[in-house]
Design a protein around this ligand. Structure first.
Ligand code: ZN
Length: 158
């Protein structure tokens, strides 16, 4: 899997699996934030720096106009999308407009940071006597005094 990394993805210093690419326009952004020796080593050894093709740039710009994201995208953002188009990579970014245009072009994307679980398990507790389900734990049932038991968790969309 190829990944095109945006500046914030690089700046985390996180190790991303697969083949990694960045457009040249990301580099000044990285330097502005301070290029650590560690980051420099990552850039030199693990990342291909490659500019997008004019055709991919044209498609990325046209789509950003179509989705209404054009004014929210920096030239670097457009480079990221276009490069991902060129090399059939996914874009690693938390930028909503980049994600939106990528989606519209059929380019995959993933957030910079792991989001953790997308669904929350909510536990509930069922009385062994009167069968009442309580959302919170009680040492014994507030209604009948029998012990509670953990009921099957239910899934709750966030
Ligand atoms: Zn009870």
């Amino acid at each position: 899997m190829r990944r095109v990394l945006d500046a914030s993805a690089l700046l985390t210093g996180r190790q991303f699996p697969g083949e990694l690419l960045v457009p040249p326009s990301v580099l000044p952004e990285i330097r502005r934030h301070g290029l650590t020796p560690q980051l420099e080593a990552i850039l030199e050894t693990q990342i291909e720096i490659r500019g997008p093709s004019p055709e991919a740039l044209r498609r990325a710009r046209a789509m950003s106009e179509a989705t209404g994201d054009a004014h929210r995208l920096s030239p670097t953002d457009v480079d990221l999308i276009a490069l991902a188009l060129d090399v059939q990579a996914i874009v690693v970014t938390d930028d909503y407009s980049v994600q939106n245009v990528a989606r519209a072009l059929g380019v995959g994307f993933e957030p910079v940071m792991e989001r953790g679980i997308r669904e929350q398990w909510t536990w509930s507790y069922r009385c062994t006597g009167c069968r009442t389900v309580w959302p919170k734990w009680h040492d014994d049932c507030p209604t009948c005094g029998a012990p509670l038991r953990t009921a099957r968790p239910r899934r709750q969309p966030r």
